[in-house]
Design a protein. Structure first.
Length: 625
């Protein structure tokens, strides 16, 4: 673990927080870093750069002081307690009382399961009673023994493991059905390489393996005994460590190695959350067995075959959005899509029959749901992609260059898309058409979209005083779409102006700033914030939050719901989103739309295209960490 700690030390910045070199510090990585430091028996006050310690970051940074989010408050109290400081008086704030105030009469914290287990971990770390919250949390267990991120959501390994840690920390006996049932769920979902994933067909990863190891230890079991096909979960995590001490996210991808390393250390030291000072760490020794994933993949790759090249096909060379020149020697007859927006483009070009693999999140058109699944974004399941024997893989920015390079090294033909604007989307439609022999169809589709876009802008260019518009994608805390996003461009094309033009990309804004900004129009994602259907959580939040009752958009009934997948994907339906946003902003020009409807809660679909991957990661991080 020393090399891992040394790597984390290299990630510390001048403000005391933690992040990769060249990136700004952030609370997520910094929280895990402090937990790793304390888990290793060290004092985070002693970890300082130019006299500013890892705890000073939490005490004085604008990113951490007095957070709005319920989960963030729970994590704040746990980090204060881990440092041995007083959560009633930390930097002049009483975080413990504030966190306790987020508990509902039924014991739930906030609106979700993940906000509740963070609330429990926070209060337990400070020695507070959480009996009511524990009772509520136990009642949310699904029939399969697992827990989801919200009541009624599909179970997943990460949230199930976190609930186990919270329950045991709160004093629930390890023999309680809520604990044993959760462990049974985790056992049933261990992957072939011994690791764990978040869900679906995605590959196993360090974060999920770390969570589960901590849950197993919390429940009094030995995680090295948890094995599948001879591969145990401790080895699966340990094998992801690199020579420099850092940990990869998956076998093939590196994502936030500082954060992954900080997650791995408490797990391999056998320290479940909440981590408190003065506890003696005990290193979990990984058995000698390791998972030969790379060699297995290489062997499988030799089975990839090519389809007979039609006589009319001529090799075409294109330059994809990564700037790579790719020659497509044969007409693609077996295509794998690694992003929902890509899948929508392929279907729109009448290539559905050629698709032999899609991600877990490809849900449109309906036929896409029936296609074989090959993982998530940066958790692409390489083995499944290879097994599909594709002669073309259509990748996306969110899959990471590491995955793309690995697929190419296995002999697969890969083009990567990264539509970062409306124009970029039109370009990629034409690019896919050229790569698949559907040039005429792609040109027809792009031209029809341009015609519809022109029809909207012809009406909105006469608007002399565009209203201020916010696109909200989550709450607790509030996340909005700022500049340099699809949503910002759509707002401007639809005759509005972004209420948060100085926000870069997708970011959190405080409750105070949102109220002070007082936008004319609020547009919110449907369902659970990402994905299709479901209860319109964000809409109900804005309509029912008492502190918003005097906002112009609330008083004037200018809060609108838009289907998440429409506005979040760089695909053919982007023009549908534009027309809907335009109708919301200017009903006088385009006609009003019907009021939102509600349904039943669902698992987060994360229905996002390549340009929305950054937000997906952020919201997933909020829910899981």
């Amino acid at each position: 673990m020393k090399s891992g700690l040394d790597y984390i030390r290299s990630c510390q910045h001048d403000d005391g927080g933690f992040a990769e070199a060249g990136r700004g510090t952030n609370p997520g990585t910094s929280w895990f870093a402090v937990m790793a430091i304390v888990a290793a028996g060290e004092d985070p006050h002693d970890w300082a750069v130019n006299g500013t310690s890892a705890i000073d970051y939490w005490k004085y940074s604008d990113d951490t002081v007095n957070p709005d989010g319920t989960a963030e408050l729970g994590k704040m109290v746990t980090v204060i307690s881990a440092a041995g400081e007083n959560p009633h008086d930390f930097g002049g704030y009483d975080y413990l009382t504030t966190l306790r105030g987020r508990m509902n009469p039924n014991g739930q914290f906030g609106d979700f399961i993940y906000t509740t287990y963070w609330g429990i971990l926070g209060l337990v770390s400070a020695g507070e009673d959480v009996a009511l919250s524990v009772s509520w949390l136990k009642d949310q267990q699904n029939d399969d023994g697992g827990y989801g991120w919200m009541p009624g959501a599909e179970s997943d390994s990460d949230d199930t493991a976190a609930v186990v840690m919270a329950l045991v920390a709160a004093g629930v006996p390890k023999t309680d059905p809520s604990v044993t049932g959760a462990l049974d769920y985790l056992r049933a979902h261990q992957m072939e390489d011994g690791g764990f994933n978040y869900g679906g067909s995605s590959s196993s990863n360090a974060a999920s393996a770390g969570w589960v190891i901590q849950a197993i230890v919390a429940a009094g079991e030995d995680p090295s005994g948890w094995s599948k096909n001879g591969y145990d979960v401790v080895s699966a995590l340990a094998d992801l460590q690199q020579p420099d001490g850092s940990f990869r996210w998956t076998t093939y991808t590196t994502d936030n190695p500082c954060g992954m390393t900080a997650r791995a250390i408490p797990a391999l030291l056998g320290r479940p959350y909440p981590v408190l000072p003065g506890q003696t760490p005990s290193d979990l020794s990984a058995p000698e067995t390791s998972v030969p994933a790379a060699s297995e993949t290489t062997q499988t790759a030799t089975t990839v075959t090519t389809t007979q090249i039609p006589a009319e096909w001529q090799a075409v060379t294109i330059t994809d959005d990564f700037g790579d020149q790719v020659t497509i020697e044969q007409m693609p007859m077996r295509i794998v899509s690694l992003a929902p927006a890509n899948t929508e483009i392929l279907y729109a070009l009448d290539l559905g029959e050629q698709i032999v693999g899609v991600t877990d999140y490809c849900n449109y058109p309906a036929e896409a749901k029936e296609k074989p699944k090959v993982g998530g974004y940066s958790t692409v399941n390489i083995e499944r992609v290879v097994a599909a024997k594709p002669d073309l893989v259509v990748a996306a920015f969110g899959n990471t260059e590491e995955v793309v390079d690995h697929l190419r090294n296995l002999g697969l033909t890969v083009i990567s898309l990264n539509p970062d604007s409306v124009e970029g989307t039109l370009h990629d439609i034409r690019l896919v058409g050229e790569a698949t022999g559907r040039t005429a169809e792609a040109e027809h589709l792009a031209a029809s979209m341009e015609e519809r876009i022109g029809a909207v802008t012809k009406k909105t260019r006469t608007v002399s005083d565009p209203p201020t518009v916010v696109h909200a994608v989550w709450y607790d805390p509030i996340w909005v779409s700022g500049n340099a996003t699809f949503q910002d461009e759509l707002i401007h094309l639809a005759g509005g102006t972004n209420a948060f033009p100085d926000v870069d990309g997708w970011q959190i804004v405080t409750m105070e700033r949102f109220i002070t900004t007082d936008p004319d129009v609020i547009i919110v994602n449907s369902g659970t914030g990402m994905g299709e259907g479901g209860t319109d959580l964000i809409y109900h939040y804005f309509m029912e939050e008492p502190r918003f009752k005097n906002l112009k958009a609330i008083k004037n009934d200018r809060v609108y719901v838009i289907e998440s997948d429409l506005i979040d994907r760089g695909g053919p339906r982007l023009v549908d989103a534009l027309e809907e946003v335009a109708a919301d902003i200017h009903p006088d020009l385009f006609g009003a739309k019907a009021a939102p409807t509600t349904g039943t809660p669902q698992t987060p679909g994360f229905g996002i295209g390549a340009a929305f991957t950054a937000l997906a990661g952020a919201v997933i991080l909020l829910r899981r960490t």
